[in-house]
Design a protein around this ligand. Sequence first.
Ligand code: CTP
Ligand code: MG
Length: 239
Amino acid sequence: MKNSPHDASRVVALVPAAGQGVRLGAATPKAFVPVGGSPMLTHAIDGLIASGVVDRIVIMVPAELIERARHLSATAGSSIPVSVVAGGSERIDSVRAGLTAAPEATHVLVHDAARALTPPSLIARVVAELRAGRRAVVPGLPVTDTIKSVDAHGVVTGTPERAGLRAIQTPQGFEAQLLREAYALDLPATDDAGLVERLGAHVHVIPGDPMAFKITTPLDLRLAEALLAERPVAQAVPR
Ligand code: CTP
Ligand code: MG
């Protein structure tokens, strides 16, 4: 689903990779931790390129790792331009820095480096929904655990109906103008769609993919290693 030569749309993928990875507890910031022999960030970039639906990638990393990230993206032999900018102290600051570095974007994907094994087919499905006219699209999976809300003392305050819950993944896709308006609100939110919801815009959930899980803890890293060890070849979406 590559753009036609007459297509004026520009899909820019912003890749937050500036976190420290406190919960993983590795010696380097998480996006630079190797899995299957390559940094998570490299896997994430490869997946975006293989999707065939992204025109440019902007990576946000810790300021001291900008040169290292540029080297990684250069050696990836990317068929599309890859830019590297400094992220911020919170994820929201990193995404804001990426948005500023992508003024030409008509559509934006925000995709965590930590979701290193995300299938290119999921990325392509999110962009297909944007091209069909959706303004905000996020992948999500049904939750398998029962979720409870609790108060500060650990006392349960509620049990939401599980059928109506989704665990949300990335890439999250937006019409660029909508995401810029959402970021102009300057409110706290744990994901980008959350900011767009504050604007009152509809956010559409499409089926996610278990392989788009976020590598957060040492257990997640072991799972990713095991999955990569048995992967035959990289799955690419034909361009
Ligand atoms: N991220 C970022 N800038 C930050 C914080 C996070 O770009 N200031 C990125 C991370 O690099 C990651 C994604 O946002 O790719 C999701 O965040 P998370 O999984 O929480 O990663 P970390 O913040 O690195 O991990 P932790 O919270 O355990 O420190
Ligand atoms: Mg974090």
